[in-house]
Design a protein around this ligand. Structure first.
Ligand code: NAD
Length: 298
């Protein structure tokens, strides 16, 4: 399939390369000259050159404002490809309202469009093991599924336009809250003189078990692959967790959902980022809490 891939950053680059390796004719494009140079696959001279003749357009951009700017308006992707009618797939993590607005504009132009954010990080993008959470019409999902399976292991159709983004922010709100409370449990265990490995051995087979404990443990030792063993090099940066928690709170406010722990998690990650830790892994909430006096944290 001829694919225009827009946004060749940390995630987009390995995703596009996996499509090319699988035999697709991928034309990459990015507004950053450096990203274009570092891509390592075929690039187009201009965005419109990338779009020309494409059967699918995939985007992997930073945030909702970039996706709106890229797709909407007279010079946007939707207007440019309205006659060729390629499949449109936005894999960026963005706010639900922007995803719905762009999906509605595509539908109004008679185009198949999906929001398809991912879980799995740069490692999953490189290994081709991402989870895709997909929102959009059945017809678009049917056209996209094989392409998405080239880049990911799990591809789930969550519902109509915006449902992929809704699934992503609900999942990451759970993750943010779970990581904080897992870190808090180790802070408390340290203060109580309970050995960290013993807490891990017990909680990982008890009702406290969660992914933040068993796959991504925030203290060094119990899970050798977790960032805690690499001085919290990201992984999934705290700044990106803050972004996703912010999106969850934006959605909760507009939908009228009570999410008090999600709101508190967003405030804690805000403070972590303001403390200069935004580039470190989001599990660095553990050493930050461990350094903190009880009165500061409540
Ligand atoms: P990134 O900043 O590394 O890459 C984004 C790229 O998009 C940049 O190269 C930028 O120049 C380019 N860009 C911006 N506007 C553009 C436009 N109009 N046309 C073409 N290119 C444009 O970000 P990333 O880490 O690759 O993340 C991309 C998205 O994936 C974000 O929404 C992020 O939240 C999400 N995500 C990231 C991770 C992760 O671990 N990095 C995990 C899951 C989801």
């Amino acid at each position: 399939m001829r694919v225009a891939f827009l946004g060749l950053g940390n995630m987009g680059r390995p995703m596009a390369l996996n499509l090319a390796r699988a035999g697709h004719d991928v034309r990459g494009w990015d507004i950053s000259a450096q990203a274009m140079q570092e891509f390592g696959g075929a690039t187009a001279a201009t965005r419109d050159d990338a779009l020309a003749g494409a059967e699918a357009v995939i985007s992997m951009l930073p945030a909702g404002e970039h996706v709106r700017a890229a797709y909407l308006g007279a010079g946007g992707i939707i207007a440019r490809v309205a006659s060729a009618r390629p499949l449109l797939i936005d894999c960026s993590t963005i706010d639900v309202e922007s995803a719905r607005a762009v999906g509605a504009a595509a539908a109004a132009a008679g185009l198949d469009m999906l929001d398809a954010p991912v879980s799995g990080g740069v490692g999953g993008a490189t290994a081709g093991t991402l989870t895709f959470m997909v929102g959009g019409p059945d017809s678009a999902f049917a056209r996209a599924e094989a392409l998405l399976r080239t880049m990911g292991r799990n591809v789930v159709h969550a519902g109509g336009a915006g449902a992929g983004q809704a699934a992503k922010i609900c999942n990451n709100m759970m993750l943010g809250v779970e990581m904080i409370v897992t870190a808090e449990a180790f802070v408390l265990a340290d203060k109580l003189g309970l050995d960290r490995q013993k807490l891990f051995d017990i909680a990982s087979v008890s009702s406290g078990q969660c992914w933040s404990l068993t796959s991504y443990c925030p203290v060094p030792g119990p899970v050798p692959a977790s960032p805690a063993n690499r001085d919290y090099a990201a992984g999934f940066a705290a700044a990106l967790m803050l972004k996703d928690l912010g999106l969850s709170q934006q959605a909760a406010a507009s939908a009228g959902a009570a999410t008090p722990l999600g709101a508190h998690a967003a405030r804690l990650y805000q403070a972590l980022v303001e403390a200069g830790e935004g580039g470190r892994d989001f599990s660095a909430v553990f050493p930050w809490l461990a350094r903190m006096a009880r009165s500061e944290a409540t």
